[in-house]
Design a protein around this ligand. Structure first.
Ligand code: NAD
Length: 501
């Protein structure tokens, strides 16, 4: 295994070539566990670079959409196989660039491998329909068509999995892509797209423009991108939706969450504590599905809280490549400050700080952006720490007296991504399945842990009604075309001519 340790330099990937930004500007990607360490230097793109990328994607579109579906699927399968071979290297570079602990980085890469294998099968299964016509000697059917050039704009928290969720199905359906990865994780994006190239993806089918919101905005606003697939914060999603709305452009938004675990008094408490710990502090809480609220029956509140706080304090912080580390750094200084600001807000609101609540600065931790895993007690559903997405290792315990109160509290935020219940009572479980307002519901598992063969996405302000992954994923990345073939040799008028002749 060769692990990357020196800083790499990369221009954009446009039409199969590496190109510096038109402005000549660059930016650095750094290791959040050791901020002094530069991981890579990348092109800082602007509208001119996006123009070039869209032009390359447009040039590649004709050849790619004409490539048979099974052949497209073979290329994706080859990419997934390459990723499988390089899983360890990819995971290590992800930990170095993004900070998540190595076991989780391996899971991130595995999710992309799963998506590649899953979607590659669509190459021989992208069925259309034959549909009866109301007229004699007339044939009717449907087939899928690509959308054209699409823009993919992604966040840093799943730096390989999330791009794979968009780019694999996009190219499977015959689209070409302009990809703007998050500015905190450009190296992961580069390695992912290089693997696609190595697997045989023709030049120009996936083009990468590195950079910040300036590049992202240019992708969204470009008249040549026919649809935008975005994952990121609700604030950015609103801006993108407004632009796409005014341009009548298709847009799929996967936004924030304020996910909660309900713990009933009949639950297996040890299991619930273990789930809460993993759901709240996995990926240092930087998951859109992180369990940032724990809605706990008052009858088990003391036992649950004691156990959770004890286990939280025992979590080991450190560089995610080191054995035995439970929680890695948060992504950057802005996030670190934002997380701490929410601790101050929680205290100001009258919540009880039970664990953490401080920046971790002991020894080597001072070199990076570490925050001590934080638990608040005595939280009410309307407090800001129970309503707003913190996106860090902070969770809030909300005491409740009944299942009705628990479900109401769980549903009381603007978001609707992932909710869960721990219970051994079938009636509680089924009420929760039906009444929790979220795109994803778990029973006896925390709010994280989605699998790619099920739809992924949320209700309310978590998105705009689209779903990624799952059996219907091609519906997002293709359009239906209806085809009528009249072989009667005469004019037949639908809805007007009867079947009497
Ligand atoms: P972000 O919105 O700040 O940035 C996401 C991407 O959008 C980045 O590539 C960024 O450069 C780009 N961008 C920023 N402003 C833009 C603009 N005006 N126009 C176009 N592009 C722009 O989000 P983030 O901090 O990178 O990611 C964290 C957020 O992502 C959290 O809110 C989290 O819940 C959400 N998220 C959601 C899901 C989901 O599937 N629902 C999954 C992962 C993360």
């Amino acid at each position: 295994m060769i692990s990357e340790q020196s800083a790499i330099h990369s221009g954009n990937l446009i039409g199969g070539a590496r190109r510096e930004a038109a402005s000549g500007r660059t930016f650095e990607s750094r290791n959040p566990a050791r901020h002094g360490e530069v991981v890579g230097v990348f092109a800082q793109s602007s509208a001119a670079d996006v123009d070039a990328a869209v032009a390359a994607a447009q040039r590649a579109l004709g050849g790619w959409r004409a490539t048979p579906w099974p052949r497209r699927g073979e290329i994706i399968l080859a990419a997934a196989t390459l990723m499988e071979k390089r899983k360890e290297d990819l995971a290590r570079l992800m930990t170095r660039e993004m900070g998540k602990v190595l076991t989780e980085a391996r899971g991130d890469v595995q999710e992309a491998i799963d998506m590649g294998k899953f979607i590659a099968g669509e190459g021989r299964r992208a069925f259309g329909e034959t549909v009866p016509s109301e007229l004699r000697n007339k044939w009717a059917m449907t087939m899928r068509q690509p959308l054209g050039v699409i823009g993919c704009v992604t966040p840093w928290n799943f730096p390989i999995a999330i791009p794979s969720w968009k780019i694999f199905p996009a190219v499977m359906a015959g689209n070409t892509v302009v990809f703007k990865p998050a500015e905190d994780t450009p190296l992961c994006a580069l390695r992912f797209v290089e693997i696609l190239e190595e697997a045989g993806l023709p030049a120009g089918v996936v083009n990468v423009v590195f950079g910040n919101e300036e590049a992202g905005e240019a992708v969204v606003r470009h008249a040549g991108t026919m649809a935008i697939f975005f994952t990121g914060s609700a604030d950015t999603g609103r801006l993108i939706a407004a632009t796409c709305g005014s341009m009548l452009k298709k847009v799929s938004l996967e936004l924030g969450g304020k996910n909660g675990i309900v713990v009933m008094d009949d639950a297996d408490l040890e299991l619930a504590v273990e789930g809460a710990l993993w759901g709240a502090f996995g990926t240092a809480g930087q998951r859109c599905t992180a369990s940032s609220r724990l809605i706990v029956s008052r009858k088990v509140l003391a036992d649950f809280t004691d156990a959770l706080v004890g286990r939280t304090r025992a979590l080991r912080l450190g560089d995610g490549v080191d054995e035995g580390v439970d929680v890695g750094p948060v992504i950057n200084e802005t996030q670190l400050r934002r997380i701490h600001r929410y601790t101050e807000i929680g205290v100001e609101e009258g919540a009880r700080l039970l664990a953490g609540g401080t920046v971790a600065q002991n020894g080597e931790l001072a070199q990076g952006f570490f925050y001590n895993p934080t638990v608040f007690g005595d939280v009410t559903p309307s407090m800001r720490i129970a309503q707003e997405e913190i996106f860090g290792p902070t969770t809030a315990i909300i005491p409740v007296d009944s299942l009705d109160e628990a479900l109401a509290a769980a549903n009381s935020t603007q978001f609707g991504l992932s909710l869960s219940i721990y219970t051994n009572d079938l009636r509680h479980a089924f009420r929760a399945i039906h009444e929790l307002e979220a795109g994803i519901v778990y029973v006896n598992a925390p709010t994280i842990g989605a699998e790619i063969q099920l739809p992924f996405g949320g209700t309310k302000n978590t998105g705009n009604g689209h779903r990624e992954a799952g059996g219907h994923v091609l519906d997002e990345f293709s359009e239906w075309k209806s085809i009528y073939i009249d072989y009667s040799g005469r004019l037949q008028r639908a809805q007007i001519d009867t079947d009497e002749q």
